[in-house]
Write a protein that binds this ligand. Structure first.
Ligand code: DON
Length: 319
């Protein structure tokens, strides 16, 4: 039941309605017992599966929440559009398109086959290959500078200082053989722009940044607010570049389930194997969820149900 953007523009949404749909989604999907925590990064399997948080953050910075708001989980792939944004801010959207690519793959997020069948190789910045390429593309004279730029950018989106979850980093880096293969393949095709092991380390550190559900909502709200953090007032991305970033999220944010997602919710979004999802209603607000159990495509089960429900109830699907 997707009502289109026309319905959303008809009347402003009242605060009470935001809170009502958040509470409803939390109550309705809290008991869903499907999916499983990611375990290919061993430590992710130990995160309590029952935790569930739902939040809406408006472009004015108003927060409406239910459930778990304080637990710090690893950002994982939800970091990817934000680092793509850093490349856009630093070098422009054209560089992102030419040096990484913007095509959805229709294949799993860690696909090596995609790198062989698409001439762009890194394919798009929301799959592992394109995201590793994105950190390699950040202008930096040292690994430290590269990392600081990546971290500071994500902190600017969240509006507060963030830390790496060290145990997640160690667990992921020690088991990162697949991503190391991807980085080396890209380097071979001249689609990686720094030392491959450095790019792998910075990418893995980026995925291990700890955020809570509210942070994720604030990051999305910054995109909803045309690239300006609604609380700190800091501009992170030029307003003109936000639509391109949202377009990539719409076509590839759910990996090989992106078509199904757009059919259900009609919103640009990004998921991560840590259990986070953020969806953006352009010019209005963001919806973020945290719930660790994932479906086979690597997307949070309760999260995708909650966000589709809220999008349908508020009539904010874009199409
Ligand atoms: O590189 C990886 O495999 C993880 N750090 C991130 C993957 C991820 O979150 C995919 N999302 N659904």
């Amino acid at each position: 039941a997707l009502l289109g953007a026309g319905a959303a523009q008809a009347a402003p949404i009242a605060d009470a309605d935001y809170q009502r749909v958040v509470d409803e989604a939390y109550a309705k999907f809290k008991g869903v017992d499907e999916g499983a925590n990611a375990d290919y990064i061993p430590i992710l399997a130990t995160v309590p599966s029952e935790m569930f948080g739902v939040v809406i953050v408006t472009r004015e910075g108003k927060v409406f929440s239910a459930g778990e708001m304080d637990y710090e989980f690893s950002i994982q792939s939800v970091s990817k559009p934000f680092t793509a944004s850093l490349i856009m801010a630093e070098q422009g959207p054209r560089v992102l398109r030419e040096k990484i690519g913007v095509e959805p793959t229709g294949l799993p997020f860690n696909s090596k086959m995609a790198l062989e069948i698409y001439p762009e190789r890194s394919v798009n910045p929301l799959v592992n290959a394109g995201a590793i390429a994105a950190v390699s593309l950040v202008e930096a004279k040292s690994e430290k500078e590269r990392w600081n730029k990546v971290l500071n950018n994500i902190e600017a989106y969240a509006g507060r200082d963030l830390k790496v979850l060290k145990e997640v980093y160690t667990s992921e880096y020690e088991s990162a053989w697949s991503n190391r293969g991807i980085a080396n393949l890209l380097y071979n095709y001249e689609r990686l722009y720094s030392d491959p092991e450095e790019a792998l380390r910075v990418y893995t550190r980026q995925c291990s940044i700890g955020i809570n559900t509210r942070d994720l909502g604030m990051m999305g709200a910054t995109l909803a607010n045309e690239g300006v953090n609604p609380v700190t007032g800091k501009k992170v991305l030029d307003k003109e570049d936000v639509p391109e970033l949202l377009a990539i999220m719409a076509s590839a944010g759910f990996y090989d389930e992106s078509g199904e997602w757009m059919y259900r919710a009609g919103l640009p979004a990004k998921t991560g194997v840590g259990g986070g999802i953020v969806a953006v209603v352009p010019g209005k607000f963001a919806i973020a969820t945290f719930s660790p159990p994932l479906n086979p495509a690597g997307n949070s089960v309760r999260g995708l149900m909650a966000i589709s429900h809220i999008a349908g109830e508020l009539g904010v699907g874009l199409y």
